[in-house]
Design a protein around this ligand. Structure first.
Ligand SMILES: O=P(O)(O)OC[C@H]1O[C@H](OP(=O)(O)OP(=O)(O)O)[C@H](O)[C@@H]1O
Ligand SMILES: Nc1nc2[nH]cnc2c(=O)[nH]1
Length: 210
C-alpha cells in the first residue's frame, strides 16, 4: 500500500487568513497545516484502490476508531463504495466500531480505555483499522494487542496522520510537538467541526483545557 505524503512541520503550513475558518475558532488557530482539499484528494480513489488491491481477496471489516476518525472513515468508505460499483472486482465491506480514549487536553493519559469490545465479528476477517492520528503509538499498540484475541485473518492499519514525535513509543519515529485539530480531530471535543487540519495556538490550549 502507498506510504503517504511526508509533510514538513511549519514550513509547509499556510496563513489561516487565506482559508475559510469558522468565526468561533479564528482566534484559536496558529496556521492551517493541511487544507481540506488536500486531505480529500489524498483520501481519494487511489487510497481506496490500494485497499481493495491489498485486502480485497476476502470480506473486509473496516474498524473505525472513535471518535476522531469519523470524517476520514466516512469519506474513505464513500470512495470504496464507488469503486465497488464501477469495477469488475468488488468486495463486501462491513463496518464495526471501537471507542478509544487516551488523551486529556494535549497529553496522553495513563489509562487507555477501549470501549465497545464486542468484536467477535472480526474472527477470520480481513480487518482494516481506520485511525485519525498516531502519535506515541500507545493507542494503536493497545488496540492491536486486543484484536489478536479475536483471531482476524489479516489486520492492516490506516491512519490519516502519523506524527513524527520524540514521544513515539516505537510504532513510528520522528518529531513534531504541534497539536493538530480539525477534520474531526479534537482538542477536548472542540474543533471536530473544522474542515482544515490546523495547528492549535498555545493560548487556545489554556482556553479549552479541562
Ligand atoms: O498514538 P497516541 O499517542 O496513542 O495518540 C493517538 C490517539 O489520540 C487520539 O485519541 P483521543 O484519546 O484524543 O480520542 P478521540 O479519538 O476521541 O479524539 C487519536 O484519535 C488516537 O486514537
Ligand atoms: N487532535 C489530536 N489528537 C491527538 N492525539 C495525539 N496527538 C494528537 C494531535 O496532535 N491532535
Amino acid at each position: 500500500m502507498a506510504c503517504g505524503l511526508q509533510i514538513k512541520d511549519e514550513e509547509s503550513s499556510y496563513n489561516k487568513n487565506l482559508f475559510c475558518i469558522p468565526k468561533h475558532y479564528e482566534e484559536d488557530l496558529e496556521r492551517v497545516f493541511i487544507p481540506h482539499g488536500l486531505v480529500l484528494d489524498r483520501n481519494g480513489e487511489c487510497l481506496a484502490r490500494d485497499i481493495i488491491q491489498d485486502m480485497g481477496s476476502h470480506h473486509i471489516v473496516a474498524l473505525r476508531v472513535l471518535k476522531g476518525g469519523y470524517k476520514f472513515f466516512a469519506d474513505l468508505l464513500d470512495h470504496i463504495k464507488v469503486l465497488n460499483q464501477n469495477s469488475d472486482k468488488s468486495v463486501p465491506i462491513t463496518v464495526d466500531f471501537v471507542r478509544i480514549k487516551s488523551y486529556c487536553s494535549d497529553s496522553p493519559t495513563e489509562k487507555i480505555n477501549i470501549i465497545g469490545e464486542e468484536l467477535s465479528t472480526l474472527n477470520g476477517k480481513n480487518v482494516l483499522v481506520v485511525e485519525d492520528i498516531i502519535e506515541t503509538g500507545r493507542t494503536m499498540r493497545a488496540l492491536l494487542s486486543k484484536l489478536k484475541d479475536y483471531k482476524p485473518k489479516m489486520v492492516k492499519v490506516l491512519s490519516l496522520l502519523i506524527k513524527r514525535t520524540h514521544q513515539s513509543s516505537g510504532y513510528k519515529p520522528g518529531y513534531t510537538d504541534k497539536f493538530v485539530v480539525g477534520y474531526a480531530l479534537d482538542y477536548n471535543e472542540y474543533f471536530r467541526d473544522l474542515n482544515h487540519i490546523c495547528i492549535l495556538k498555545e493560548k487556545a490550549k489554556e482556553k479549552y483545557k479541562i
